[in-house]
Design a binder for this molecule. Structure first.
Ligand code: VGL
Length: 180
């Protein structure tokens, strides 16, 4: 660890088969974030990655096609994602009563506590999707007191409406997220 440098973490959000082309809730070009993430993953002191991990029945599927059901291939990470540097997987969306968009709603660990125990001050967020889980995670991260960076090259939006991704970027900026 370099002297005087703050501890930096990477949070990879939901880079799972169902959000990539061919998946149940495919995000356009969702798989294109993978090489970008693999390029930068070794630059961090701490790496965590969330998995959308739904029960087979949940109110979330009233709104969305069935996707990322726990222990199914659709919920696996994209096969090209370099998983070796991942220190902790965060399972979220595990309840049948809410959407569970944010990685800070992970139910297997308390993400804020886990990051703070490691002394993390700066959190870089990448993954899928810009307008739902990336946004929700970034806004929660700001609320929890982290310096938050979102890498635009390493995120993609669902874009139910064509401008949703851009709106989400603006919302994050307004909240204090640095978009790079
Ligand atoms: C997501 C829509 C529905 C996401 C999850 O990972 O951003 N989007 N469920």
């Amino acid at each position: 660890m370099k002297k005087n440098s703050i501890i930096k973490a990477l949070l990879i959000v939901d880079v799972q088969n169902d959000f990539c082309p061919g998946g149940a809730l495919a995000v356009t070009d969702g798989d294109q974030v993978v090489p970008v993430i693999n390029q930068l993953i070794d630059q961090f002191d701490v790496v965590c990655a969330s998995k959308d991990w739904h029960p087979d029945q949940t109110i979330h599927f009233d709104r969305w096609p069935v996707h990322c059901v726990a222990n199914t291939p659709g919920a696996d990470f994209h096969p090209q994602l370099n998983q070796d540097p991942i220190d902790q997987i965060l399972f979220k969306g595990t309840s049948n009563r809410d959407d569970g968009y944010s990685a800070f709603e992970a139910t297997n660990i308390n993400l804020t506590q886990w990051l703070k125990q490691k002394g993390v001050e700066e959190l870089t967020i990448v993954g899928l999707a810009t307008d739902y889980c990336v946004k929700a995670s970034a806004l929660d991260a700001v609320d929890q007191g982290f310096q938050v960076i979102v890498k635009q090259e390493a995120i993609r939006a669902v874009n139910l409406l064509p401008n949703d991704g851009n709106k989400a970027l603006n919302e994050m900026k307004q909240a204090g997220v640095e978009i790079v």
